[in-house]
Write a protein that binds this ligand. Structure first.
Ligand code: GAR
Length: 202
């Protein structure tokens, strides 16, 4: 029997890699149409261990002026179809994005357009949400374009803010209830579209 064709996925990381882990854990389950064939980090980070434990090739390319050139070379060498930014903290240039047009997705820990754009990443997002007093927050997966956090939205999931939340407790609940749920789902939606030769978003 002919093996099913799958989209080849590279996951870009900068930190703990819990979203990478969610993708690994859902491989062959929620994520059926794509396979993670590469993990790229832009700094030393513990996501490396997660890639190693899953037997996925890992490349560390230090952030800096030649990051994109080196990353593009390895993406092309590995015939990558889809790039997933999973806690990746560098901003990619318009030139880089244009090479993988509509084939880069990002997970952001808020309901975009709230608390998004330059300066909003990691705990800062949750600090800003608590400071503003929002009662509902959540996570968003979107297509990456040349505007930071500004591309078309693929999936969102809401999470209730609790009275005694700290940025840390809120961050963990948004990860568990929203990010680890919607990222594998969105990865599957986009991988499936790529395999079928259809647009990755409508
Ligand atoms: C996640 O909450 C992710 O949404 C966020 O960083 C965290 C990484 O956690 N990303 C951003 O803020 C990007 N703007 P992880 O390394 O455990 O997946």
């Amino acid at each position: 029997m002919r093996k099913a064709i799958k989209a080849r996925i590279a996951v870009f990381v900068s930190g703990g890699g819990s979203n990478l882990q969610a993708l690994i854990d859902q491989s062959g389950k929620t994520l059926k149409s794509g396979v993670i064939t590469l993990v790229v980090a832009d700094r030393p980070c513990s996501a490396r261990e997660r890639a190693r434990n899953a037997g996925i090739p890992f490349a560390e390319i230090q952030r800096g002026p030649d990051f994109e050139e080196k990353a593009l070379a390895i993406l092309q060498e590995r015939k990558i179809d889809l790039v997933i930014l999973a806690g990746f903290l560098s901003i990619l240039s318009a030139e880089f994005v244009s090479v993988y047009k509509d084939r880069i997705i990002n997970i952001h820990p808020s309901l975009i357009p709230a608390f998004a754009g330059p300066g909003y990443y990691g705990l800062r997002v949750h600090r800003a949400a608590l400071k503003r007093g929002v009662q509902i927050t959540g996570a968003t997966v979107h297509i990456v374009n040349e505007i930071p956090d500004g591309g078309p939205i693929i999936l969102q999931k809401a999470v209730a803010v609790r009275k005694h939340d700290t940025p840390e407790t809120l961050q963990l609940r948004v990860l568990k209830e929203a990010e680890w749920v919607i990222l594998p789902k969105a990865a599957e939606m986009v991988s499936k579209a790529i395999v079928k030769g259809e647009p990755t978003w409508k």
